[in-house]
Write a new protein. Structure first.
Lengths: 108, 184
């Protein structure tokens, strides 16, 4: 477990980390997240680039050492990144549990 | 190759972007830009969607070029650059095109532009108070007294433009920060 548990992750970051459970390059992440969210979440390249930078700094993801002439840099989750995703899932389950219990009013 | 040249000056990059997309809707797509001069190519109406971004550094630095390469690898095209500004476009058939998809990154972008305009306002104002009077004096000595006032007026207009842009952008940032307290 990381020494300092990060606060709630943003939806964008959560989906990026999820997508990078397999090595992907930028466009691959954008497509995967769009797939996972059934088109609801579409990450902009500016946002994604910034996220790649911060997540690499935090050591939650790492660039994949690929072929020498591979132009498209791929990233993948680190062990720390996996721990962060698990912690986030625990948090989300708590929210969902409470939400379903309390907010069980019928939908209009 | 049929190109059309339009001479225009924009201080507000969002107005500029809206205008470029309006032109693209009409079948004129931007292919090149130099200060004050836009070059358009005839295209299918609505074929392209344009976005303008203010980078951390000049577009020609290594860092900027890496970022621009990254964006082009996601399916967009680098149309042109100007100092720290980059103009992207993407085919409308690929769906809606936005460089920033969450509040944090949009805030970051607005703050960068607002900081730049704020700095320009401060620098130009300071120069106005200190150096401008001397420069105008020198020009008046060389070319005659009629030059003094026009130069000063142009300079003042410049300072006002940067100032109003800084104000406008600061208001945008405040509005987004208020939204950020609730949503992402």
């Amino acid at each position: 477990m990381p020494t300092a548990t990060p606060g709630p992750l943003t939806e964008t970051v959560f989906y990026i980390l999820l997508a990078l459970s397999t090595p992907l390059h930028g466009y691959g992440v954008m497509q995967r997240v769009s797939e996972l969210s059934e088109g609801r979440v579409s990450i902009g390249p500016g946002t994604l680039y910034g996220a790649f930078t911060s997540l690499t700094e935090k050591d939650w993801i790492v660039p994949v050492v690929g072929a020498a002439n591979d132009r498209k840099k791929e990233y993948v989750l680190t062990d720390l990144g996996r721990d962060v995703v698990h912690a986030e899932l625990v948090r989300l389950e708590e929210l969902l549990r409470n939400g379903r219990t309390i907010a069980n009013w019928s939908t209009r | 190759m049929s190109t059309e040249t339009v001479r225009k000056l924009y201080w507000d990059f969002e107005k500029e972007e809206r205008w470029l997309n309006e032109m693209a809707e009409r079948g004129l797509s931007l292919v090149s830009y130099r200060w004050g001069t836009y070059e358009f190519e005839k295209s299918e109406p609505g074929e392209w969607v344009y976005r303008i971004q203010f980078l951390d550094e000049d577009a020609r630095t290594q860092k900027s070029r890496e970022y621009i390469d990254f964006v082009t690898e996601t399916g967009a095209e680098r149309v042109t650059t100007y100092r720290q500004w980059v103009y992207f476009r993407r085919l409308a058939t690929q769906g809606p095109f936005d460089l920033f998809s969450d509040l944090d990154s949009r805030l970051g972008h607005y703050k960068r532009v607002s900081t730049f305009y704020g700095a320009m306002t401060a620098i130009l104002s300071m120069l106005m108070v200190t150096v401008l009077a001397r420069i105008v004096g020198i020009i008046e000595e060389a070319f005659g007294e009629l030059w003094g006032l026009p130069i000063f007026i142009v300079y003042l207009v410049l300072v006002l433009v940067f100032f109003t842009q800084t104000l406008r952008l600061t208001r945008r940032v405040k509005a987004l920060e208020a939204r950020r307290k609730i949503e992402e």
